[in-house]
Design a protein around this ligand. Structure first.
Ligand SMILES: Cc1cc2nc3c(=O)[nH]c(=O)nc-3n(C[C@H](O)[C@H](O)[C@H](O)COP(=O)(O)OP(=O)(O)OC[C@H]3O[C@@H](n4cnc5c(N)ncnc54)[C@H](O)[C@@H]3O)c2cc1C
Length: 232
């Protein structure tokens, strides 16, 4: 993918292309988000899509903002180390007409120096541009809100303990209604969740199969039965 990604950048004037190709995309992964979103049924008709809100940065104590800010400051420190020198692009004064660059690229590649302001800019080529320091908490908060991305790992819309109970992940107050997918995790996993979701699915499928089919049938037919059940 790298060569494909570089293609549009290489269409830029060469001094800029070099800079863009060395640009950093600073990313702080938020493994333990404190904000909580929701998925809410809008109708009893299953064809009607639910209302979904991820509610990023909703945490009242602002822990998610704080963790993001702390992470970015640490990354900038790392970017400034000797070891990173060959890998980190620096903003340069490139003689190019203002009109040729979008605002987003101007501040990322040339720095605020081009506007005649005293540059308190960080010296690195970071896209999207970071707030100019000293930035207020509000400016940082606005920057995070504008630029955060989701990594597609959603959890907890039918959490165990709140919505589900028991060893068969039964919806509270029901019989025979079980849930097993990413929604059952009360808290986000710190690593990619797919294996855990599949393991849980296998666990519950085995449990229900065990109960339905009876011990003898399971012992002879179902592959991968946990040892405790096979031996019981
Ligand atoms: C782009 C992307 C990349 C990812 N990369 C990784 C990765 O590298 N590693 C990792 O561990 N995780 C990754 N994830 C996360 C992982 O894919 C999810 O956490 C996981 O698939 C969730 O499993 P699930 O069973 O809860 O839901 P899903 O896998 O989303 O399954 C839900 C299923 O229900 C079906 N469905 C929905 N509505 C209905 C309906 N009304 N009737 C019948 N069926 C319905 C859907 O079609 C779907 O097949 C990624 C996710 C995305 C989007």
């Amino acid at each position: 993918m790298k060569s494909v990604m570089r293609y549009p950048h290489n269409q830029q004037p060469s001094a800029l292309a070099d800079n863009i190709n060395n640009a950093m995309d600073i990313l702080v992964l938020q493994h333990e988000a404190n904000s909580r979103g929701f998925v809410e049924a809008q109708s009893l008709d299953p064809a009607q899509p639910p209302r979904v809100s991820a509610n990023y940065f909703a945490d009242k104590e602002k822990r998610d903002y704080h963790n993001q800010w702390r992470g970015i400051q640490e990354l900038l420190k790392i970017a400034g180390t000797k070891a990173m020198e060959p890998w980190v692009g620096r903003k340069t004064e490139v003689p190019i007409p203002d009109a040729a660059l979008s605002e987003g690229l101007k501040c990322a590649l040339l720095g605020e120096g081009i506007r005649g302001t005293v540059s308190q800019d960080n010296p690195y080529t970071v896209i999207p541009c970071l707030p100019l320091e000293p930035a207020t908490n509000e400016e940082w908060d606005a920057w995070f809100k504008e630029h955060h991305v989701s990594s597609y790992h959603y959890f907890g819309t039918a959490p165990y303990g709140t919505v589900l109970e028991g060893r068969e992940f039964t919806v509270k107050g029901t019989t025979g209604l079980h849930v097993v997918d990413a929604s059952i995790f009360p808290n986000p996993t710190r690593v990619n969740p797919q294996h855990m979701i599949m393991a849980m699915g296998h666990y519950l499928g085995t449990m229900l199969g065990y109960r339905e089919a009876g011990h003898a049938a399971l012992k002879s037919k179902v592959v991968g039965v946990p040892a405790t059940h096979a031996e019981a």
